[in-house]
Design a protein around this ligand. Structure first.
Ligand SMILES: Cc1cc2nc3c(=O)[nH]c(=O)nc-3n(C[C@H](O)[C@H](O)[C@H](O)COP(=O)(O)OP(=O)(O)OC[C@H]3O[C@@H](n4cnc5c(N)ncnc54)[C@H](O)[C@@H]3O)c2cc1C
Length: 610
């Protein structure tokens, strides 16, 4: 079954995305317009992205002392993406957008992630511009956001520093008012920034005329001290090249210097940079200090940033899914063509008989089915979350608020589950290729390397897990979890009525009960250090429960759609659901045992005993 068939089923048969056009905002859209967008993106991904995927891996970005050089193919792919209008797809018509639902935008972007995940830093640019549309002044929107949506300029997110990664409260970049009248600059209150930003994706390149950095920095107090903690963090627009209020380049460089490129395991199509702000390499008006324009209020920087975290995290999760999916399709193809070995049993003992294709071996089928279960199940979750984003933005007030809370609970899973399990899918894809999978002659090793990033950025696995068990399942009196429980129960009720699914419905009910009860057990002493010591096993169990729910719901819909017949696609979906319930869901017992008992060994082992 092709990826497009899977996507269409989930988007239309399962999520009924076409019904979104009943809403005012999407009234001009229809299944036809959605399909046209999907067709265009699928074509660009096939023609411009996929053929360049290996090129961008082997021709790493390099710095010639003046410019960062990227392969020509990256420029062509970027131009084709901009031309398609996808950068502004979800924006209003009057600023050149298509008013496309986020659900369809996420689905359309999946083609690019599958074809060559690292070519586009587009997610950063649209995320940066989206943030400005919410928190920026009219002038900041006009000058910066709109030029990003048009593709004329690109955007970055400058949060991390060498000494401040997970712990953003320790950011040390300073922003001081830029002289008298600093508040009156039409582009926003004007500051001078000094500091170092580490790991900045797409921090320097020649793909666009300018780069708009969004930078977290602290404004010192009256005594010149930085306010400790996140409350002291503010947000600034720092363009690479200075611009005027009409969005024209003034010809002057801003004081942002590339200190070096990071050489990465994967995701090499996107530059990754260490940027020095304000070191005096490019003085502005004769003075050292990068010019930055305040966005929102001082001290609100992280809050502004969090506004767009859900979409960014769904984006990261979707990238992980699509890398997994790429490996699944590559290894499926390989398994259908590689002859090796003979069947188990007497027939296999006759060496004069031709070898079978490896897809005929049960163990290879196990690895294929695991990949299908991980990747197609996780794709369902990403699209479900994307649909919640649309609900949050365009639903009636109560439904919108429910969607917000559900997203709070599901986002750590949408980000982290694919990062772990679709990476495992990539590992299985390598395994199916045997020794060939370990070479650069086949694409699967690159998928694994590219995917390994996703557990690290946008909040590491450990940080996401602490957020889930320490905050998300408890917030607003546990209402998000209750809403999730109600939806899980709806699925269970429907599936319980089908003989093929009744056993799975029962297993999901028990899993949900146990995942919920484990929260009380973990927190029973009220000591966060004990409760959170096994936060990652908790997140693994929670994630597996959510994925089991996805599979049960998808399987139920597949059977309903077939209306008595059984299509090959439904057979495939039931196979993957069965795999998930029989091989994966039982794992939650082991994970929750240590959560419930607050197993202390990891925390308590003396350091010198390691
Ligand atoms: C390729 C790439 C692209 C990136 N792009 C960007 C970007 O565009 N912009 C940007 O701002 N940043 C970016 N990052 C940075 C990324 O977000 C950070 O690497 C990440 O937040 C982790 O920070 P760190 O590397 O300093 O690791 P650390 O924070 O030092 O973490 C190291 C390990 O310790 C664990 N750990 C840390 N603190 C705790 C804790 N309190 N409890 C439990 N465990 C903990 C972590 O989970 C991790 O396993 C990128 C990183 C990479 C590798």
């Amino acid at each position: 079954m092709s990826y497009r068939d899977t996507l269409d089923f989930l988007l239309y048969d399962w999520l009924h995305a076409e019904r979104l056009n009943e809403r005012q905002r999407f009234a001009d859209h229809s299944r036809e317009t959605f399909d046209a967008v999907l067709d265009t993106c699928e074509r660009i991904a096939r023609e411009k992205y996929a053929p360049a995927n290996r090129t961008v891996d082997v021709e790493e970005p390099h710095f010639d002392g003046e410019k960062v050089i990227l392969p020509r193919a990256t420029h062509e792919a970027h131009a084709a993406f901009v031309e398609s209008g996808m950068m502004a797809a979800a924006q209003d018509y009057d600023i050149g957008g298509m008013q496309l639902p986020y659900t369809v935008q996420a689905a359309a972007n999946s083609f690019f992630a599958m074809a060559s995940v690292s070519i586009g830093s587009n997610m950063l640019t649209s995320g940066n511009a989206n943030l400005l549309m919410v928190h920026g002044t009219e002038m900041q929107k006009q000058v910066f956001a709109l030029n990003e949506f048009s593709g004329r300029w690109a955007g970055t997110m400058c949060l991390s520093e060498p000494q401040a990664g997970s712990s953003l409260s320790d950011v040390a970049t300073r922003a001081v008012p830029d002289g008298e009248g600093f508040e009156n600059d039409p582009l926003g209150p004007r500051y001078r920034l000094k500091g170092n930003k580490m790991w900045i994706s797409a921090g320097d390149h020649e793909l666009t005329e300018n780069i708009v950095h969004i930078v977290l920095a602290k404004i010192p107090d009256a005594e010149g001290k930085l306010i400790p903690g996140v409350k002291g963090i503010s947000l600034f627009i720092v363009p690479k090249k200075m611009v005027d209020t009409e969005g024209r380049l003034t010809g002057e460089r801003n004081d942002v210097a590339l200190a070096g490129l990071n050489h990465k395991l994967g995701w090499r199509g996107t530059t990754n940079t260490l940027l020095n702000f304000g070191e005096g390499k490019y003085p502005v008006d004769g003075k050292a200090g990068a010019v930055g324009y305040l966005v929102g209020k001082p001290g609100q920087g992280l809050a502004c940033m969090f506004h767009m975290m859900n979409e960014a995290r769904i984006g990261v999760g979707t990238a992980a899914v699509m890398l997994g999916m790429a490996g699944y399709h590559a290894s499926l193809d390989y398994a259908k063509n590689r002859p090796q070995g003979r069947p188990v049993g007497p027939a296999g003992k006759d060496a004069t008989r031709p070898q079978v294709r490896i897809i005929e071996h049960a163990d290879v089928r196990r690895m294929l089915l695991a990949q299908k279960a991980y990747c197609e199940g996780a794709l369902a979750l990403q699209l479900y979350c994307a649909r919640l984003v649309d609900e949050q933005k365009t639903g009636r007030p109560e439904a919108a608020d429910d969607a917000r809370l559900l997203l709070e609970v599901l986002t750590p899973i949408a980000k982290s589950w694919p990062s772990e399990w679709c990476l495992e899918a990539n590992s299985l894809a390598i395994q199916i290729h045997g020794g060939y999978g370990y070479t650069r002659d086949f694409p699967v090793e690159q998928y694994w390397r590219d995917n390994r990033l996703n557990m690290i950025h946008e909040g590491t696995h450990g940080i996401q897990a602490a957020d889930l068990l320490g905050r998300k399942v408890l917030m607003e009196g546990g209402k998000g979890l209750q809403l999730l429980g109600a939806r899980v129960q709806e699925t269970i009720a429907r599936a319980a009525a089908r003989p093929e699914l009744a056993g799975f419905a029962d297993a999901l009910g028990q899993a949900f009960g146990r995942v919920t009860a484990a929260i009380q057990a973990a927190w029973s002493t009220g000591n966060p250090a004990e409760a959170l010591v096994n936060a990652v096993p908790y997140m693994q169990a929670f994630g597996h429960m959510v994925l089991a729910w996805m599979w049960l719901d998808v399987a139920d819909k597949a059977i309903e759609k077939d209306n008595g017949a059984t299509s090959v696609s439904t057979t495939g979906r039931l196979g993957a659901a069965t795999y998930f319930f029989r091989y994966e869901l039982p794992k939650i017992g082991a994970w929750l045992n240590v959560v419930e008992s607050r197993e202390p060994v990891c925390a308590d082992l003396p350091e010198d005993a390691f």
